[in-house]
Ligand binder design. Sequence first.
Ligand SMILES: *Cc1c(COP(=O)(O)O)cnc(C)c1O
Length: 367
Amino acid sequence: MRWKEQLLKLKPYQPGKSISEVKRQYGLSEIVKLASNENPFGSSEKVKKEIAGFAGKFSVYPDGYATELRTHLAGHLGVKEGEVILGNGSDEIIQMIARGLLTSETKTVMAAPTFPQYKHNGVIEGCEITEIPLVNGAHDLDGMAAAIDDRTTVVWLCSPNNPTGVYITEEELTAFMARVPSHVLVVLDEAYFEYVTAEDYHDSLKLLRQYQNLIILRTFSKIYGLASFRVGYGIAHEDTISALEPVREPFNVNSLAQAAAIAALDDQDFVEECKRENRAGLEQFYQFCDNAGLSYYLSQGNFILINFERDGQEVFQYLLERGYIVRSGTALGFPTCVRITIGSKEQNQGVIDVIKQYLSVDTVISK
Ligand SMILES: *Cc1c(COP(=O)(O)O)cnc(C)c1O
């Protein structure tokens, strides 16, 4: 068989160890997973009720246009229904964009390190990939603008950026958009939008009125706590959405997921509460890191990247054996760091206590 050559270089996504696997391996009864930026508070009670009473017929295909969800979403965002595209997670929208715009004749530009799916999909489509290193955890937008050429069709921005949590300001984004030629689609991934508290964070929906070559990606997987249902969406000019629609699988968002997302949207109090708890949790980590002399990036997401200035894998392993699953920075492009999802107050304190233990044991050993 003649698989695309580039597939041979790609590894399938490596999921972290499962909770039951870790329990068995280390003989632990309690595990706290702070590895995938999932919502530690689960999802809204309204979603649980909706799913428990779900009356749809399982033998019938979902509404391919997700009409009701689309109406709710457009109303919530204050955009037209035709300005929205739904995906089986925003991962699928990333894939649709890559499929629709990237070929072996084209080039795509992104930051590094950033969310790995941009590059992954670019590689599958066989395009040239230009990665512009982050500066202090932030996108180098000047460098990225300078890297755009006639063959470039897509530029990826992630704000707040995963894994650093650093965001792009309104001023920076506006200046960047003014420099990008209109033939280039700018993908602005706002997976952590609802967690942002920075006042100078971009108002990207406003920019949509001005730029047809901008698409904003958001998701129900993070603050809404619906990662298992797989619902994400893109917002762009109607013509951009229309161009992308043929790439979308006809029934990509399943019926239960559509119902869950509608119920989740309906509970903005839950979202507000999670946002507040997350901000308090970030402060908890900042204070600990400051006291412990650990450096980190100020985060606008629901995670923090902490620099231990040693092999992140070692810190990861130490925490794992004591019941805390976090993300080693090794696979994220920050080999001396660990990325920790902000949990509940108790979970945060728990992982902080184990890190304290790690740091003190380590100081004793190295003396
Ligand atoms: C989690 C995440 C996504 C993926 O979200 P899904 O909707 O679950 O596919 C996309 N982008 C970034 C930056 C993320 O961190």
